[in-house]
Design a protein around this ligand. Structure first.
Ligand code: 9Z3
Length: 304
């Protein structure tokens, strides 16, 4: 058995997985022949330290990259499966602060809540865009929390999209843990502090990009993200990932500058995408530039 097969054999499917798969199947059926599909993953995975989880190790990601990119893929006429960490940033809603919404509402005639006209202009464009996408059924939201939830969803989504290849792409922006505690080593109940300082040994997660590219979705256009904090390592690590897994594009970004610049690395070249001062002043998001570039490359991929 391959390492990744062992992982799935040892970590049971999350609750609701069959229903999630059915939703993905129906979504793909509805859009095949009408819209290309993008799978966008977003947010960080958790690695529980206990089976009845009180504590966990988290991977940093607010979910902004995935949520913003989803809106731009929808703008490029894609249907999107948005697989995101529960309670991370989501498309459309990210423009509306919950406190702003509470303050924007007042009681109208008959006790019915209404949005005050002064606030309505801010909510209206977001609401209209969301309703349009909803009426076209072009956005499917699914959530994960743990690494295992994420990997089960990722495998099923990829297998589902493979049937639509080459008109489907994977855009793997989620921050995924490299380490975990295997099922047979994880504590059942809350770890007690009376036993003294805690030492945990995390094992390496099998590299899932390998089966993803070679087994689950061999004909899909696959874009992965590489996150580093040390500038000197970024291009080297992004290039190494591309050579190792042989997918289509690695987008390298540094934690500190991820909102302003990214580097696109392919087999042949690497190119920098950076917001200009003018674009920043206009509040243009880097995700708009990334998604336009990815869609253009995906169109070329479809042609050949
Ligand atoms: C990213 O690099 C994303 O761009 C960010 C987005 C997580 C930095 P935010 O959600 O940030 O907008 O706050 N995602 C990929 C991170 C990752 O885990 N990559 C793996 C690695 O670097 C490879 S798949 O080893």
């Amino acid at each position: 058995m391959e390492e990744w097969e062992e992982y799935f054999a040892q970590n049971p499917a999350p609750r609701g997985h069959i229903q999630n798969c059915a939703q993905m199947e129906a979504f793909c059926q509805r859009h095949v022949g009408h819209h290309p599909i993008a799978l966008v993953t977003s947010g960080g995975t958790t690695v529980p330290l206990e089976r009845n989880t009180v504590r966990f190790v988290d991977n940093f990601s607010a979910g902004t990259r995935g949520a913003a990119s989803t809106e731009y893929f929808l703008g490029q006429d894609y249907a999107v499966i948005f697989i995101h960490r529960d309670k991370s940033v989501t498309p459309f809603l990210r423009h509306l602060n919950p406190r702003f919404l509470l303050e924007a509402m007042h009681e109208g005639p008959g006790g019915i809540l209404q949005l005050s006209p002064a606030h309505s202009s801010q909510v209206h464009p977001v609401w209209r865009e969301y309703q349009q996408i909803k009426s076209e059924g072009r956005l499917l939201w699914l959530t994960f929390t743990s690494l295992s939830d994420y990997l089960w969803l990722l495998r099923s989504a990829t297998q589902c999209l493979q049937r639509l290849a080459p008109k489907a792409l994977l855009y793997l922006a989620a921050a995924v843990s490299d380490f975990y505690i295997p099922q047979d080593e994880i504590s059942e109940h809350k770890i007690q502090s009376e036993s003294g300082p805690l030492t945990v040994q995390l094992q390496l997660v099998p590299k899932m990009l390998r089966p993803l590219v070679s087994v689950w979705g061999p004909e899909l256009y696959v874009v992965s993200f590489k996150l580093e904090t040390d500038e000197k390592k970024l291009i080297e690590k992004a290039t190494a990932a591309l050579r190792k897994y042989k997918h289509d594009l690695v987008i390298g970004n540094l934690l500190q500058t991820r909102r302003e610049e990214v580097t696109l690395v392919t087999e042949r070249e690497s190119s920098l995408l950076r917001l200009t001062e003018h674009q920043k002043a206009e509040h243009i998001e880097i995700e708009k530039l990334i998604v336009e570039e990815v869609c253009s490359r995906h169109r070329n991929f479809i042609k050949y």
